[in-house]
Design a protein around this ligand. Structure first.
Ligand code: PXP
Length: 256
């Protein structure tokens, strides 16, 4: 099992664009936010081009493709429109997410089990143009094994349920579910990422889980940026995550 201390932080800048789109202005600029995020230590920049274009626009994705120094993680629904756009921009990473028009945000994982043929074809097509395709799924063994069957090299486990519960026993249940999911993914030979709903209060327990490659965080960073600026918000989050990994490593070394 992986015991790496390194855990990457993917910064999702969708909600910078949400504020811009709310008034149809030119500011705040997600491109500037992405560059600031990279300067503050983001390991990658995530954007979700939604069918309803409620935040990120095609133009943002095209500009980001030109200026990013790290890598773009392009989140998209499994639609022909998005497949064609992805083939045009060739992002470094793609994360396939479920998408329905009315949801506030991605409310559940992709149902790979019941859409295996369609997702398998999409993964094969996208792997021709990008180095990593991941599937955003719940920490459910059947979904994880199906993700492996369809040929995805990576999964992103949905941490939304963990983030939404408050009773300590339920938090523990959700953590155990995620730990089992990470282990199942690693046993299938998958790269395991995680994200959704993570914030400064709940990220530490997730960052302690052995074997997670990357955490994708957006809303909490953009919200905290209103108080401390985006760069500071990212530095604070990175510090929190890295401190967890360090504590984790010390505990591990002390066992021997
Ligand atoms: N990962 C995926 C696949 C997502 O769809 C989102 C939300 O767009 C995130 C991570 C980030 O979630 P949050 O904005 O709650 O941090």
């Amino acid at each position: 099992m992986a015991t790496s201390n390194r855990i990457l932080l993917g910064v999702n800048i969708d909600h910078v664009a949400t504020i811009r789109q709310a008034r149809g202005t030119r500011y705040p600029d997600p491109i500037k936010a992405a560059l600031d995020a990279e300067e503050a230590g983001a390991d990658g920049i995530t954007v979700h081009l939604r069918e309803d274009r409620r935040h990120i626009q095609e133009r943002d994705v095209l500009l980001l493709k030109d200026v990013l120094q790290t890598r773009m993680n392009f989140e998209m629904g499994v639609t022909e429109e998005m497949m064609v756009f992805a083939e045009r921009i060739r992002p470094a990473h793609i994360c396939l997410v479920p998408e329905t028009r009315k949801e506030l945000t991605s409310e559940g994982g992709l149902d790979v089990v019941n859409n295996e043929a369609r997702i398998k074809a999409a993964v094969a097509r996208l792997l021709r143009i990008c180095s990593e395709v991941s599937l955003f799924i719940d920490a459910d063994e059947c979904q994880i094994v199906a993700a492996s069957r369809v040929g995805a090299p990576a999964i992103e486990l949905h941490t939304g349920r963990y983030a939404n519960v408050t009773a300590p026993i339920k938090v523990l249940d959700e953590l155990q579910r995620l730990i089992a999911g990470v282990n199942c993914g690693l046993n299938q030979g998958l790269i395991v990422n995680a994200g959704h709903g993570l914030n400064y209060q709940n990220v530490e327990d997730i960052a302690m889980i052995n074997g997670i490659n990357e955490l994708n965080i957006g809303h909490a960073l953009v919200a905290h940026a209103l108080s401390v600026g985006l760069k500071n918000a990212i530095v604070e989050m990175k510090t929190l995550i890295l401190a967890c990994r360090l504590r984790h490593a010390i505990t591990y070394v002390q066992k021997f």
